[in-house]
Each structure stands twice: as C-alpha cells, then as structure tokens.
Design a protein around this ligand. Sequence first.
Ligand code: NCD
Length: 306
Amino acid sequence: MKHLLTTKDLTRDEAELILDLTGQMADAVSGREVPKLPTLRGRTVVNLFYEDSTRTRTSFETAAKRLSADVVNFSAKTSSVNKGESLKDTALTLQAMGPEAVVIRHPASGAPQRLTQWVDGAVLNAGDGTHAHPTQALLDAYTMRQRLGGVEGRTVAIVGDILHSRVARSNVWLLTKLGARVRLVGPPTLLPTDIDAWPVEVSYDLDASLRDADAVMMLRVQRERMNDAFFPTANEYARLYGLDERRLGLMPGHAVVMHPGPMNRGMEIAARVADSPRATITEQVANGVWVRMAVLYLLLTNGATR
Ligand code: NCD
C-alpha cells in the first residue's frame, strides 16, 4: 500500500490489518505517561486542507504528532483559482520540501489521485468532494468492532443525504467488504441515481429500517453542496428522516447511533439522541486518532519496525 485514496481499492486483509493496528496504537499509547511513540521521528507530514474541517484535520495532526512526526499545516481557500492548476502549483512547492506524507482534503473528487502524480510521498485522502473519505469509514468500522464486537454479519443503516456523502460511499465499500449488510435510507432526491450498482439495500422508510439495524449512521444534510431544494423544509426532513427518541426506541437494545459530525442537531438527529449513551459520536472522534496513526504508520514504514 503506497497511498490511501479510497476504501474501494483496499483488500479485506488490508482493511483488517489497519483495524488491528488501530487497536495496537490505542493500547501502545494509552498506558504511557507521555502519549507518544517515536516511530515517525524525523519524518514530515503535510496537512493540505482546501475545505473546512474540525475533526479530521486536528485528528490527522494529533495522530502524526503522537507518532513524533513533524507536521506542517497548509490551509487553502477553495474559490479563488482554477482548482487543477492551483493544486499542481501547491503540490510542486510541497514536493520541494520532501514530505513523507501529504494529507489532503479537497472539494473536487479525484484531487488526491491527481496529487499522487506530483508528490513522491504517500497521499492520504482526508475527503475529496462527494467521492471518498477512507479514514472516516475505517474509524466507523473500528467503532463498530468495539461496540458490536465486529462488522461481519451486522446490519448497518446509513441515513440521509447519501447523494453528497463521501462518508456514505466509503462506508458502503468498506463495510460490505468486511461482511456487513448495508441499507441506505433517505428521500429519493438525496439518493444517487446509480444506486442500483451499489452493493446495498435501499429504503425510503426510516421506521421500518431501524427495527433490525445493529447500527444507524446519521448523515449531515450538506447544504453547502446543494444549489437547489432537495426537500421541502427542515421540519419536514426531520419528521421523515430525523432520528428522535421515538425512533431510537424502535431499534434493538444493543444497537448504536453513529454520526461522523458535524451534526445539525434537531435536523437529522435530535439533541437528546446525540447525547444519549447509545450514541458513539465522541468515541468515533477518539478512535479517529488511532485509525490515522495506524494508517500513517503503515504507509510510512511499510509495517516495518513493529
Ligand atoms: C464529514 C466530511 O467532511 O465528509 N465530516 C467528517 O469528516 N467527520 C461529513 C460532513 O461534512 O457532513
């Protein structure tokens, strides 16, 4: 593995290896007085973020620092210049600094793939347009392993704005590869038109979809990617596709509620559901650091010095 661009091109063995390593990272660091490993000392990781991010950027930064790497943060604005050109120029500037890894978030699907042509180091996709967000799916799978004892054979409902969601896409490929059954639930206007080609079930009925789900993953309605009305009103959306306490009560007792953040409380998820012990939202964030440590470690050492 040289880069991490999508979960679609991970083999099942690679995915399982990353999840196993994630657990080892958590164990290795948690017991220490100083929560750091010397593994990537002297290596440079560049964070190149062309899109807003709270969790993912700080998580990658924390992960790199816990492995003792040097971290350089670039944050770029999206709207100013032709994306292809500005990305290339920036990449060539970065390349002159010789980083061992570049973490990139970009509004254009495929930008991380293009970056691999211009830099020698490993490229880690931290979210590209509506295409992919592999570390998010990996941290979600890891959270399921912890909370549900595994992914194989579990039923996962992914609910809401599937159309604009790279989180949904990356989870579909990863979770089905790991043996889960994935059901996408949302209004027809927010489901992709090529959905028949995906290895998933599709439903428009949230209540019915919750009854046998082991995990439900609520997605943010991505208004910044919408230039049109995809649903009548926020209230109407919440009524049909929001997870409130009544709906939480429909799920099996062991089932968990997930959300990648940022949340629109009161829209796709009620505040009391988000704050309930059934929700894994803060665990997902915590697990994100371990997952990113595992991925950085694998890509930068090829699994050596273990
Ligand atoms: C997601 C993203 O940016 O793709 N957030 C995240 O990385 N945790 C989902 C979103 O923006 O709704």
